[in-house]
Design a protein around this ligand. Structure first.
Ligand code: NA7
Length: 539
């Protein structure tokens, strides 16, 4: 039987998750004089950057952008060593922020939330932890993350494998030494592509088991140019503001004004070459304005990258297998790598095609494919991804005394208003929830936006003596329809991506992020607020 802990009984806000979003929520809500408590499953803060410690883990947004904007002294004083932040560096930064703003005193670590229930008579959320503790508060913030529920493949015999078994999203803190070992990596999304070159350098032999080839561009990581850093810092405040008027929430990339067909083949090639040399995904996807809208336009960019793969990988069969052919470039998360394709020129790396010859089963010593061939390995790294965007919330039994349950509500795919709240679940705010631009934008900025929205809404309710806020069903339906229409006007739904829920067997295929762009989204949110929280019912 769960006991309500008395010292927590006067809480105003419960926050679930102490990653980038949860930590900022503590800071923001505390400034409003609210009593808050955050619950975090990990034994440290940082969310994604706490768990994903695999070799090569690095952010694919440049470090000067991928940071908090809420405090100018913080952004002026922090020094990022490289163009793209590594996992240890980003985690160091997050811990610095937690200490600097004294956030840890409101975080309960090593505490996984099992249930969250809203009672309409008391207007209170009560959460219970796996340890059996129960805590109540009028508001609940789900800062549970989009890529926080790692998934192992459902393949026969997976528990029979007696060697070392790792998941990139649950990597051991102490690291792993693959020296002298035969290693298998399953999965070639960002986590696989980032870790493969480093594991290859250490392992005796590396087998990469690839089901689907993905597009990857060179990151061109390098030490941060001091002059670039100085200039960026000088313009920080304006750049952060300008980011809200861009599609991906990142300033400094002028939007393209040409369609791909408006350029001659030679001009296009030169353009793609320049972007390839510059590194990074936004610049590349901004080569032409219809790359994500028009298949022929997209083919020109996809073909260019396939040519680069063929030119890099010496063995033509391996090169061909590495050429993505089932989705337009950019419709899955575009990967940034360092020496990924070059790694296949090493003698100790073998690419195994498990599309034409799937894994049949795991054995005590390795894995066996459908044609009977067997691979003995000392260790397997599962780079097999996450139950993205909805997995973490569905893992918690979120329900109300009115009979609503998030698992039932989202059975055919997530439904929300603005990716912030869900009809039937009053006073529950999501940080970068499904149907918001979250994962299609600069995530730290997206977290700040959602926390600010929730904090302002709570302040509005308290000021006006209101105790309950939730979306009207019609507003939610309208937003879901709009979200789907916007996605359907692009090439995104053509890919079997985690954006679509396609990586989890049985998960409904609905395009989950809002892809109308950050500018359109934040304008919509501002209008909603200016019109007295239009589409929300406040009681
Ligand atoms: P992703 O991008 O979901 O990649 C997972 C990879 O694992 C992908 O290549 C999958 O192939 C493969 N996979 C998944 N299940 C299986 C099974 N059952 N058998 C074989 N291969 C499988 O996850 P990441 O961790 O790399 O990246 C997630 C995000 O984190 C990334 O987009 C960045 O935003 C940061 P498939 O394509 O499904 O055929």
């Amino acid at each position: 039987m769960a006991a309500v802990s008395m010292d927590e009984s006067d809480l105003d806000v419960i926050i679930i998750g102490a990653g980038v979003g949860g930590l900022y929520a503590i800071h923001k809500l505390r400034q409003q004089g609210l009593k808050i408590r955050a619950y975090e499953a990990g034994d440290g803060v940082g969310g994604t950057w706490f768990w994903n410690r695999y070799p090569g883990c690095r952010c694919d947004v440049e470090s000067m952008e991928y940071s908090y904007s809420f405090d100018d002294d913080l952004q002026q004083e922090w020094k990022w060593p490289e163009r793209y932040g590594t996992q240890p560096e980003i985690l160091r930064y997050i811990n610095h922020v937690a200490e600097r703003f004294d956030l840890l005193r409101d975080v309960q670590l090593s505490t996984r939330i099992k249930t969250a229930r809203f009672d309409s008579k008391t207007n209170l959320w009560t959460i219970t932890t796996e340890q059996g503790e129960a805590v109540s508060a009028p508001y609940c913030i789900m800062a549970t993350g989009n890529l926080s529920t790692p998934r192992f493949p459902q393949i026969e015999g997976i528990d029979d494998f007696e060697g070392e078994k790792y998941h990139t999203g649950l990597w051991p803190k102490e690291g792993v030494d693959f020296s002298g070992k035969i290693v298998g990596v399953i999965g070639t999304g960002s986590s696989g592509v980032q870790s493969i070159p480093l594991i290859a350098k250490q392992a005796k032999h590396l087998y990469v088991f690839q089901r689907t080839a993905n597009f990857s561009l060179p990151a061109r990581n390098a030490p941060l140019d001091p002059e670039k850093e100085r200039k960026h810092k000088e313009e920080y405040v304006e750049r952060r503001k300008a980011a809200y008027s861009t599609p991906f929430g990142i300033a400094g990339y002028p939007p393209p004004d040409k369609r791909a067909a408006e350029a001659e083949a030679e001009e296009r090639r030169a353009n793609y070459e320049a972007k390839w040399a510059e590194g990074g995904s936004i610049s590349f996807l901004f080569a032409y304005k219809d790359l994500l809208l028009n298949k022929e336009a997209n083919d020109t960019a996809s073909d260019f990258v396939r040519e680069k793969i063929r030119a890099t990988v010496k063995d033509p069969i391996t090169a061909e297998l590495l050429c993505p052919n089932d989705h337009p470039i950019g419709t899955k998360r575009l990967i940034l790598d360092t020496d990924y394709y070059e790694t296949y020129n090493r003698d100790n790396v073998t690419l195994v095609d498990i599309r034409s010859n799937p894994i049949e089963q795991f054995t005590a010593t390795g894995l066996q494919l459908t044609d009977g061939s067997a691979y003995d390995v000392d260790a397997i790294s599962f780079a097999t991804g996450f139950d993205a965007m909805t997995g973490a919330m569905r893992d918690i039994d979120i329900n109300t005394d009115q009979g609503n349950n998030i698992r039932d509500k989202w059975e055919d795919g997530p439904r929300s208003y603005l990716g912030i709240m869900v009809a039937g679940f009053p006073n529950m705010f999501m940080i970068t929830g499904p149907q918001s631009p979250g994962v299609k934008s600069q995530m730290i900025m997206a977290c700040e936006w959602h926390v600010d929205f929730a904090a302002n809404a709570i302040a509005h309710m308290r000021k006006n003596g209101l105790s309950r806020m939730e979306p009207e069903v019609s507003a939610e339906n309208g937003w879901v329809t709009h979200n789907n229409e916007v996605a359907d006007s692009t090439l995104y739904p053509l890919a079997n991506s985690w954006y679509m829920g396609a990586n989890i067997p049985g998960k409904p295929r609905i395009f989950m992020p809002y892809v109308g762009g950050v500018e359109a989204y934040t304008n919509k949110c501002n209008d909603v607020v200016a019109n007295g929280y239009e589409g929300f019912s406040l009681a």
